[in-house]
Design a protein around this ligand. Structure first.
Ligand code: AVI
Length: 338
């Protein structure tokens, strides 16, 4: 939403050519983010090549427990998961990235029929698919370059395939708003009907542990957050002075989420797409929410989306959870249409 001051400023001519900004979804969303109050942008813009590299480093940090805890749960429960999936399962991974966690499943499953990794980056996906094909002879890998938060159409099941099992690890669900999370789960229930969803969800815990995970000592999370501005400078010709912004991450207990912001260290002007945006000292651009769940809360959300919750596994310290959610039967679809 444009406010009056922003509209006035928008009439000034500043910064890179407006067409470079207006021609890019990131550019349009960043302008909108700077104009609206409170200022906020989707965390999906973190993940250019540099942001993805920084995220991989985050996953290795001593303070960032989610990745290693989820991997340990998947390793420990691989046999149970394989039994639930059954033979010749077809794995659909939402936001597959470099397709590494799925190896834990592929190694455990009985003759998996096909792997459908879905990711927005076609190039990244093709490269990851080629590596998987080399390592899993006989596995059909069918990459789907798509935005899985939009309407998703998947190829029909291969003849002789078993259950279709969705895989959504990493607690990426937590980066959605509660409404978006429900919308995603409803879509997943539709494309996985007759099958199941294997979902990773980070748990509510001692805020001190959460604070450490998002404010690591090496400053990698800060660099990941600031890369959003660096990306705007690279791609959109913006003029963000990176040293004039600080990384802030804190736990918002009532909303059960870590919030990440970029805080303006002083009053400053930012030129972008022919507009000049002002930020006062201490004002922030809200860059990410990372919602935390209770096992019961996650299961209730899944029920709302049409799933029937099955097993829920957590580590001994109850830091992270992995859920087996049964998708509605294909016959329910018929009932819904009637
Ligand atoms: C991808 N996502 C689940 C991560 C999270 O924990 O919300 C992204 C992240 N942001 C900061 N550190 C990691």
């Amino acid at each position: 939403m444009l406010n009056a001051n922003a509209l006035k400023r928008a009439t000034d001519t500043h910064g890179p050519a407006p067409s470079a900004v207006q021609g890019s979804e990131f550019g349009r969303d960043l302008v909108q983010a700077l104009v609206q109050r409170p200022r906020a942008i989707s965390p999906k813009y973190f993940y250019d090549a540099e942001g993805s590299r920084l995220f991989d480093r985050i996953c290795e940090l001593p303070e960032y427990y989610p990745t290693r805890t989820e991997v340990a749960i998947l390793r420990e429960r691989a046999g149970e998961i394989a039994a639930l999936a059954g033979p010749r399962a077809e794995i659909v991974e939402f936001g597959a990235g470099s397709c590494t966690k799925v190896r834990l499943l592929l190694d455990a499953l009985e003759r998996p029929a096909r792997y459908l990794p879905i990711d927005i980056s076609a190039e990244h996906l093709a490269a990851a698919a080629a590596v998987l094909r080399r390592d899993y002879a006989g596995l059909e890998v069918h990459p789907v370059a798509a935005d899985y938060t939009q309407r998703l159409l998947l190829p029909a099941a291969t003849p002789g395939a078993g259950r279709r099992v969705g895989f959504f690890p990493g607690s990426t669900l937590g980066n959605f708003s509660p409404e978006e999370a429900l919308q995603f789960l409803r879509m997943a229930a539709r494309v996985l009907r007759g099958g199941a969803l294997l979902l990773g969800a980070d748990l509510v815990k001692d805020p001190a542990l959460l604070h450490a995970a998002y404010n690591d000592a090496q400053g990698v999370t800060a660099a990941f957050n600031l890369n959003l501005l660096a990306r705007a400078n690279r791609e959109l010709g913006a003029d963000f002075a990176l040293d004039q912004f600080a990384h802030a991450a804190f736990y918002n207990a009532p909303l059960q989420r870590i919030e990440m912001h970029l805080v303006s260290r002083r009053a400053q002007r930012i030129a972008l797409g022919g507009e000049c945006h002002e930020m006062a000292e201490g004002e922030t651009l809200h860059t990410e929410n990372s919602h935390k769940f209770t096992v019961e809360g996650l299961r209730a959300l899944a029920v709302k989306a049409g799933f029937r919750p099955g097993a829920a596994w957590a580590d001994a310290r109850r830091l992270f959870s992995v859920h087996w959610l049964h998708a509605p039967d294909a016959s329910n679809d018929e009932k819904e249409r009637r």
